[in-house]
Design a protein around this ligand. Structure first.
Ligand code: GLN
Length: 465
């Protein structure tokens, strides 16, 4: 039997050997070994638990005691949090052993992990390729075999898309399921934490610990089934099926907008093959429509920056983070601190957000975007009249090359087309690896369920896996 200390040492060694991938932004062997020893003591006392002694690592958007918490930004370089994020506390309490903090796009704004102040993170399948983002480090640490699971956050696709581009499994649960307490805020009405791992089963085991009501988060939900075991439906027929056809009676909706122009052929082929497998297990594939899919991009890229401009106003060089060395008065201290501390993409979003919220533009942009958001959520409910789950791609292409899209923000935003609507509606969505596209780069299939259906969603993915 391997001890938690041995597992932790092995993970730390792996992290060192794979340091070229730049997945980790802070490693503290002493803290890791302290956690591992505590886990061994608990096991020695006869305690058991799915996560007890298992190595993990946290996206650097979660604040942690001991390790630095930077959100991938120079603004928070060296920042030490006096407390742990709720999700981290829950995993610590379950005995998971943290190997360190994981690289991400600055304040979780990005789709390629190239916008981190600590340098890009590389895709372990092909180091010329981006790992996706913003939870790039979280995907890479798992895909490269450093840790069996990690934490990520998803505001508009940041768990699902890097999971897809790195060939692992990741789930964004229903908005409000996992506490946002201690998650450095990007767009609060969209931000949601979730697990990233090799399989749906591993994700389910981690999610069991991550979810739960938290009075410290004003949008935390009291789950309909508070102590749901997300593995409960695993291995059983999901509806009316039997062992031979476990998916009989399950309707999987294919939105025509997810399979149209813009979806690369090399991504479509493995997804089509995966859908055939679901059919062979008894699922019925039904054509559906999510007519406002295209509008999810402008709606999201108004709402998310609007919320970001408000959330990031707390970084003023006074209470947190970077303070410019030179300034002449309070205003120039704010200006210099913020323009030095924030990267260009973050500054762009703050400016867009402040613009769409300003008097005279609020009705034209922000209010319109909120209306579209409601309609998108309604479209999903109409679709769920016709099907139990929705399937499609996560990303229109396989991982692109480093630098390929980084100069053109709009190109980068367009790549989020299949993930944003789920986020705007607050629905659970996941990425399941289904094969490889061009250049042998991984492809993920997205599975979307209705609110609080993550147990069934994970079971469906497990049947496929
Ligand atoms: N790519 C999207 C953005 O840049 C989503 C990021 C996320 O989910 N955190 O906002």
């Amino acid at each position: 039997k391997t001890s938690a200390v041995e597992l932790a040492q092995d993970a730390l060694r792996q992290a060192g050997e794979q340091s070229r991938l730049n997945a980790f932004v802070d490693i503290r062997d002493d803290l890791t070994l302290q956690q591992a020893k505590a886990a061994d003591a608990r096991m020695g006392a006869g305690e058991t638990g799915a996560l007890l002694g298992i190595p993990t690592a946290h996206k650097d958007i979660f604040v942690t005691q001991g390790w630095t918490s930077t959100a991938g930004s120079k603004m928070l370089a060296g920042y030490q949090s006096p407390f742990d994020a709720e999700v981290v506390s829950r995993l610590n309490a379950a005995g998971a052993v943290s190997i360190g903090k994981l690289n991400c796009d600055e304040f979780a704004m990005g789709s390629s992990n190239e916008k981190s102040a600590y340098g890009p993170c590389l895709n372990p399948w092909d180091t010329l390729a981006v790992p996706g983002g913003s939870s790039g480090g979280s995907a890479v640490a798992v895909a490269a075999g450093v840790v069996p699971f990690s934490t990520g956050t998803d505001t508009g696709g940041s768990i699902r898309q890097p999971a897809s581009l790195c060939g692992i499994t990741g789930i964004k649960p229903t908005y409000g399921s996992c506490s946002r307490y201690g998650m450095i805020a990007y767009a609060s009405s969209l931000d949601q934490a979730g697990p990233m791992a090799h399989s749906a089963r591993d994700c389910a085991l981690v999610l069991n610990t991550m979810v739960g009501f938290d009075a410290k988060d004003s949008t935390s939900v009291q789950r309909p089934t508070p102590d749901e075991d997300f593995t409960a439906s695993f291995g059983k027929p999901l509806r009316t099926g039997n062992a031979a056809k476990p998916l009989a009676g399950v309707r999987v909706g294919l939105p025509c907008e997810f399979f149209g122009e813009g979806l690369a052929a090399d991504v479509r082929a493995p997804i089509d093959a995966a859908l055939k497998q679901l059919e062979a297990m008894g699922a019925a594939l039904v054509n559906i429509s999510l007519p406002r899919t295209e509008l999810s991009i402008p709606a999201y890229y108004v709402i998310a920056p609007a919320e970001a401009s408000s959330n990031l106003s707390r970084f003023d060089g006074v209470r947190y983070g970077h303070r410019a060395a030179e300034y002449s008065d309070l205003k120039s201290m704010y200006e210099n601190s913020r323009s030095e501390g924030f990267g260009l993409e973050v500054q762009r979003r703050i400016m867009v957000g402040a613009y769409v919220l300003s008097h005279g533009y609020y009705d034209a942009y922000y209010l319109q975007a909120q209306k579209i958001r409601r309609l998108i959520a309604q479209d999903f409910q109409a679709a769920f009249q016709q099907c139990d789950f929705i399937a499609g791609p996560v990303s229109p292409t396989v991982a692109w090359n480093l630098g390929e899209k980084s100069a053109d923000p709009v190109q980068m935003y367009l790549a989020d087309i299949y993930t944003l609507s789920t986020s705007l509606a607050g629905l659970p969505g996941m990425s399941v690896p289904v094969g490889f596209g061009d250049k042998n780069r991984p492809v993920g299939m997205q599975l979307i369920g209705n609110y609080f259906k993550e147990g069934e969603l994970l079971a469906l993915a497990d049947h496929y896996q």
